[in-house]
Design a protein around this ligand. Structure first.
Ligand code: LLP
Length: 426
């Protein structure tokens, strides 16, 4: 999987033996591959180069300052969803004009901070929010450039919790309303409403939902332009897939093959907000086996990572390929989830120490035999992994390490007990 490769029976990230990182920095540990991050970013950019698309990395997927700076240096713009993420990208050195700000519930304080910073685009989700944005921008004696997020009522065929493009979700404005919103806010002081924003959900492993949504958006844009509304940009959002169980995600070029011709000659600036297709396969979570036990007819592998480090399996039933860093009998990992039942493997639940039955990382999983002290790797955890971690059960958050070739850098130190109580007062 990308630059995480087994060599001589041991998993390496680029040139680095992951056993060494676990010893040096402890576990649970997030490890990212710089080369993988950059390769995935480049693939999206190259695929959409014919449109000169702006690639706004979705900060919510993986927010570490060092990673943001790395991507900024490679030419990334940024998609943020809070004042905190805005402050983060500015801290990482992003130029404010490259920042787009989405989210259904922006507070006045967040909007004012973004106006003062001079961000590129507000992706706005309702009439009330637009009116508020115009009011605040006017008071700040500035003009906010905005895209209206439309809800195209398209099924992205993904988990219902991460489906956003269907009518019943809280996101965007349906097409009928959208028409009226553009008309109503056309001459609003403080506002330049000149973009259309879409984000239908994630991960979306087929291109069809995008083409359907885009067809609807382009029809709206044609209609609005015919009425004299100057629409200059379209933002297609994020959601391109990543590899969780093998090679299920189409490469960016496959999405581009269909979307680029649809957008060519449209006189539209194009923006994209990919997160996971850049970061998911660029990160892994290392966990140490604490104990193994049998109970009833089940076998448990208890590791030192938990839902506090990786909540995706519990929250979405997500599959994260899991395998020992140095399998005892040298069993090489199979290429696909469907092929996990190798001779000698054992059916186990990989669980964490947290006091909840929902605290599992892998359920009913065939693994090579493991024992106390072994290291397990949970793959494809670079997106929505560390960023969704918590301190539940007073567990200090894990450390993060960035690998580049044979070079490693601690980019977030492990939290301590003092960190856990630092904000509390008697
Ligand atoms: N743009 C907008 C407006 C979004 O809401 C999102 C993700 C993205 C872009 C980036 O989507 P991506 O390319 O990373 O798929 N916690 C869930 C994912 C929630 C996604 C929320 N929005 C998970 O672990 O799968």
């Amino acid at each position: 999987m990308d630059h995480f490769v087994y060599r001589d029976g041991v998993l390496r990230c680029e040139e680095v033996d992951l056993r060494r990182l676990a010893e040096q920095f402890g576990t649970p540990l997030y490890v990212y591959s710089e080369r993988t991050l950059l390769d995935h970013f480049d693939r999206v950019r190259e695929a959409f180069a014919p449109l000169r698309a702006t690639i706004c990395f979705s900060v919510k997927s993986c927010q570490n300052l060092s990673i943001l700076r790395l991507l900024r240096d490679r030419g990334a713009a940024f998609d943020v969803v809070s004042g905190g993420e805005l402050a983060r990208v500015l801290e990482a050195g992003a130029s404010p004009s490259t920042v787009v700000f989405a989210g259904v519930g922006k507070t006045d304080a967040e909007i004012v901070a973004a106006l003062r910073a001079g961000i590129g685009w507000f992706n706005v989700e309702s009439e009330e929010e637009l009116a508020n944005l115009a009011r605040l921008a006017h008071a700040e004696r500035t003009t906010a450039r905005a895209a209206l997020r439309i809800n195209p009522d398209v099924d992205p065929k993904t988990h219902r919790y991460t489906t956003t493009g269907k009518r019943e979700t809280k996101f965007g404005v349906d097409l009928d309303r959208a028409r009226n919103v553009f008309r109503g806010f056309r001459d609003e002081p403080g506002l330049d409403l000149c973009g259309v924003h879409l984000h239908i959900g994630s991960p979306v492993n087929t291109v069809e939902p995008y083409t359907q949504a885009l067809t609807k958006a382009l029809a709206l844009i044609d209609e609005l332009r015919a009425e004299g509304c100057g629409i200059s940009a379209i933002n297609l959002g994020g959601g391109f897939g990543a590899h969780y169980d093998g090679s299920e995600a189409p490469p960016a070029a496959v999405y581009a093959q269909r979307l680029v011709p649809q957008l060519a000659d449209r006189r539209l600036s194009v923006l994209l907000e990919p997160g996971r297709c850049i970061s998911a396969n660029a990160g892994v979570l290392l966990a140490r086996v604490l104990y193994t036990k049998s109970s009833g007819d089940r076998q448990f592998v208890i590791v030192d990572a938990a839902i506090t480090e990786l909540i995706r399996p519990a929250l979405y039933g997500s599959f994260h390929f899991t395998w020992p860093v140095a399998p005892r009998d040298g069993l090489a990992p199979p290429a696909r989830r469907a092929d996990l039942h190798l001779p000698g493997s054992v059916l186990v639940d990989v669980v964490g120490p947290v006091c909840e039955s929902g605290d599992f990382l892998a359920k009913d999983r065939w693994l090579p035999p493991v024992a106390r002290g072994d290291l397990l790797c949970l793959f494809s955890t670079g997106a929505y992994g560390f960023v969704m971690s918590s301190q539940y059960n007073s567990r200090p958050r894990a450390a993060e390490v960035l690998v580049s070739g044979s070079h490693t850098r601690l980019i977030r130190r492990r939290e301590t007990f003092d960190d856990l109580v630092a904000l509390e007062r008697f």
